[in-house]
Design a protein around this ligand. Structure first.
Ligand code: ZN
Length: 253
């Protein structure tokens, strides 16, 4: 579906190049689709935005989340989520329960992975030949703990996926332009060998470094490079002190 200016979501200019028919006419959905992942065998790889409403688990209205899933060709009972606690635990996706964890993996086509974010990195992993996926919540704590490596290990141990078979996408999140922490946090990040300039930490580069250190090929890692704090278009805890959340969704074909 061609997009015109009227249908374009409110967002920073970098968003335009990665949008793929972002709104459906039926639901007026503004979520981002990641077409490269679809090319490699993902049925859905997307992130909702401000215009999609509040997709937090405790949102007062479940309609925005249900509309998003319908627009993705999914039913609400197919979405597996976790109670995110800023750790690095990874679980096999099960839509019937919601354990404490910050990453999900699956090889099932009838289950979609979901995590919620508002500045934290949604990290998408896809192994097309092994028919397996992971979706990770990589905020400051998760990145400091190397949740990328934890997700890659889980895929390897559970489904036999070698890291070199993976594609990765680092979604819209707090960018190095804006993500300022206190001195101790920045120093802690540096001590872990992760990039920080003064009090600003770089979650995008940190996750990229961790992915390549774990064995991913550089050319298979895509960073969307849209900052949710200054770029607009998404719920941002830092920019708006909001409890509202964007929903990241990943599902296999
Ligand atoms: Zn920024």
């Amino acid at each position: 579906m061609p997009m015109d200016g009227k249908n374009r979501p409110r967002a920073g200019k970098s968003l335009g190049s990665i949008l793929d028919a972002a709104r459906t006419t039926r639901y007026q959905i503004a979520m981002l689709h990641f077409p490269k992942f679809a090319l490699h065998g993902a049925r859905v790889a997307a992130l909702s935005g401000c215009d999609d409403g509040d997709c937090a688990h405790n949102a007062p209205d479940p309609a925005p989340r249900e509309c998003l899933l319908h627009a993705c060709g999914l039913l609400p009972h197919q979405l597996a989520t976790v109670r995110q606690i800023h750790g690095i635990a990874i679980v096999q996706a099960d839509p019937t329960c919601r354990p404490d964890a910050d990453g999900l993996i699956t090889n099932r086509v009838d289950v979609a992975l979901g995590i919620t974010v508002a500045d934290c990195v949604p990290l998408y992993l896809l192994a097309p030949e092994h028919h397996a996926i992971a979706l990770l919540h990589a905020g400051r704590e998760g990145t400091r703990g190397n949740i990328a490596a934890a997700g890659i290990t889980a895929l390897q141990e559970t489904y036999g996926v070698p890291p070199s078979a993976l594609y990765a996408l680092i979604g819209p999140s707090a960018g190095p332009c804006c993500y300022e922490v206190d001195d101790a946090c920045a120093e802690d990040f540096r001590q872990a060998g992760l990039p920080a300039t003064g009090r600003r930490i770089d979650l995008w580069e940190a996750n990229r470094l961790q992915l390549t250190a774990a064995g991913l090929l550089s050319e298979r890692i895509e960073i969307v490079r849209h900052c949710t704090i200054c770029g607009g278009g998404f719920h941002s805890y830092r920019a708006h002190q909001t409890p509202q959340r964007n929903l990241a969704i990943l599902a296999l074909n």
